[in-house]
Design a protein around this ligand. Structure first.
Ligand SMILES: [Zn+2]
Length: 169
């Protein structure tokens, strides 16, 4: 096996390990209520059930729901359980509610861009040979590079566009 193939195997192993790390807790069928008392420690990233040996140094009482919400993972030694189906359903129901807000902000962004493009029609630097709106609409590469910025479009026209014969009026 050459070194490139070795590297590929190593990368795949790491990705597999990461995926297992992320998804393994969700597959534990040891569901419990969100009100279940669990224990966390000052420095650990896991939550535990009462008798766990990991709790010898510090033992902070909390609830399963609270621990999960704060990003704690179930301890692999004492298997304190994961949130039950009821709690999971609550979380799943809550998620789609955020979607319309995201859509709304997208619409707002588009409206803002449209207004800025519209404003190019009355850009203060427009002359008989240069119209920022016309220049913007007809030059897709500049839309990407500058956006609806009249000053930048005019500068580009003067420095390059005019000589390149780009449509600007
Ligand atoms: Zn534990």
């Amino acid at each position: 096996m050459n070194s490139k193939a070795n590297l590929r195997v190593a990368v795949l192993s790491i990705i597999s390990a990461l995926l297992l790390g992320v998804f393994a807790p969700a597959t534990v069928v040891n569901a419990a209520s969100g009100d279940t008392v669990v224990y966390i420690t000052k420095t650990g990233e896991c939550y535990h059930s009462s008798g766990c040996s990991s709790l010898r140094r510090s033992k902070i009482e909390t609830t399963l729901k609270s621990a999960v919400e704060r990003g704690y993972r179930p301890c692999s030694k004492c298997k304190p359980g994961t949130l039950d189906a009821t709690s999971t359903t609550t979380a799943a129901t809550a998620a789609p509610a955020a979607a319309p807000a995201a859509t709304a902000s997208k619409v707002n962004t588009k409206a803002t861009v449209d207004a800025a493009v519209e404003a190019l029609k009355t850009y203060k630097g427009n002359t008989s040979e240069f119209n920022a709106y016309t220049y913007y609409i007809n030059n897709k590469d500049l839309q990407t590079a500058f956006g609806a910025d009249g000053d930048k479009l005019l500068k580009h026209f003067n420095e390059y566009g005019k000589a390149e014969g780009r449509k600007a009026k």
